[in-house]
Design a protein around this ligand. Structure first.
Ligand SMILES: Nc1ncnc2c1ncn2[C@@H]1O[C@H](COP(=O)(O)OP(=O)(O)OP(=O)(O)O)[C@@H](O)[C@H]1O
Length: 271
């Protein structure tokens, strides 16, 4: 069933963004990044956010994480204002994969993965180790990697460890910021395959920011396009590509976009 079909339409909202304004006060003036931006992301979908450089994609992810506050409007995540997610327990609701992995360099792989559980201060160390070990294997890493330091990992392994850390508390919502950036083509393909299988097997709702068209077409059930401070188009990849807007035209219909879109014709993404 396509994500835009009746099941997805009837699914509960995991993220509800209503009339959002994001405003930064810099150098004595207000810079408006989002103006009356609306977006609804439902359970089980893989929503990608695309837009030009500086269009406000990362700020949107930070709003969903509760790291930025709406100047006006609202951002609701799992029926709660995003700003109230707080740091305590937030990892059980939303997992975030930052662009460069952002591992703690002084911690081992296993310590990185178990970080959010350790911070809670309520679980015995042995249990945290066991859970972290399960997550390590879930992202396709061998137990032998558990005691390595981040500096000894390849780029692809760093991303996998960061993903295991984001999922350590089994959050229903996963945010990905440029998940394949900095990876060589083979590692990127492997990571995309992992994201695709975890999305399906764990029933995750995923929100991803990416510039990479191959990643976009391989994974997205829907795409939201940010331009002119709002969402100018939102729908299945095919629906969005049919939209008549100069950014969409340049982004999708250039030679690179056409090549990447060929994957849609071979194997349409389904839930
Ligand atoms: N903390 C901040 N203070 C002031 N301005 C900010 C802040 N964070 C972001 N901005 C501004 O908001 C705008 C949107 O930034 P954002 O990082 O969301 O863009 P983006 O779409 O993710 O860009 P890119 O694709 O280049 O990463 C930019 O003009 C940026 O300078």
């Amino acid at each position: 069933m396509s994500a835009s079909g009746p099941v997805a339409a009837a699914a509960p909202a995991v993220v509800e963004i209503d009339q959002l304004w994001s405003v930064f006060h810099t150098a004595g003036r207000d810079a408006v990044v989002h103006q009356d931006l609306n977006l609804r992301i439902v359970a089980g979908e893989f929503m990608s956010i695309v837009g030009g450089s500086g269009s406000g994609k990362t700020v949107l992810l930070r709003q969903i994480l509760g790291l930025e506050r709406p100047a006006r409007g609202s951002v609701t995540v799992l029926d709660q204002p995003a700003a109230q997610l707080g740091s305590e327990g937030a990892a059980s609701r939303v997992g975030m994969l930052f662009q460069h992995g952002a591992l703690f360099s002084a911690f081992t792989v296993l310590e990185n993965i178990g970080f959010a559980l350790r911070e809670l201060g309520t679980f015995p160390a042995a249990l945290i180790r066991d859970v972290a070990m399960v997550k390590l294997q879930m992202v396709g890493l061998e137990p032998a990697q558990a005691h390595k330091m981040p500096a000894d990992l390849s780029g692809g392994m760093v991303k996998r460890v960061a993903l295991a850390r984001a999922l350590v508390m089994d959050p229903p919502l996963l945010l990905l910021d440029e998940p394949t950036s900095g990876l060589d083509p083979d590692s990127a393909d492997g990571f995309v395959a992992l994201l695709r299988s975890l999305h399906r097997e764990l029933g995750l709702t995923v929100v991803m920011v990416t510039h990479d068209l191959d990643t976009l077409f391989e994974l997205s059930t829907r795409i939201a396009v940010v331009a002119e401070k709002r969402i100018i188009a939102c729908g299945t990849p095919t629906e969005v590509m049919a939209h008549d807007h100069p950014f969409i035209h340049d982004f999708f219909l250039g030679a690179r976009g056409q090549r990447a879109a060929a994957v849609l014709r071979q194997a349409p993404v389904t839930e």
